[in-house]
Write a new protein. Structure first.
Length: 110
């Protein structure tokens, strides 16, 4: 199993539109893909909460986690017709984007 984490720096006025795009377009496109297991869209805590928990600062306000059974199927997704539609929607809303890939080597998920 692999996880791709994609980090998005969004302007505050893009938050609602970004969340709606994920729910109505991005996630449904992912769900059609071979080997797709799950995804999550995470929003950074508000600044006050981040300060209270002494979180490291970051310019990224959203994180999308994509879980696939293997990297080959994740790459098929990246080359798919659906990806060519939804990725430009997501990346166009962001000031900046970065990503990291991980092999899952442990989990306590039920």
């Amino acid at each position: 199993m692999i996880v791709l984490q994609i980090y998005f720096e969004l302007a505050p006025d893009q938050a609602e539109a970004f969340q709606a795009m994920y729910r109505t377009q991005y996630a449904p496109a992912l769900q059609k893909q071979q080997g797709y297991l799950s995804s999550r869209l995470l929003q950074l805590f508000p600044a006050q909460v981040a300060a209270e928990i002494e979180a490291d600062p970051t310019p990224f306000t959203y994180q999308m986690e994509l879980v696939f059974d293997n990297e080959a199927n994740r790459r098929r997704w990246a080359a798919s017709a659906e990806h060519s539609v939804v990725w430009p929607l997501a990346s166009a809303m962001a000031r900046s984007v970065a990503w990291r890939g991980y092999d899952v080597v442990g989990s306590d998920a039920k």
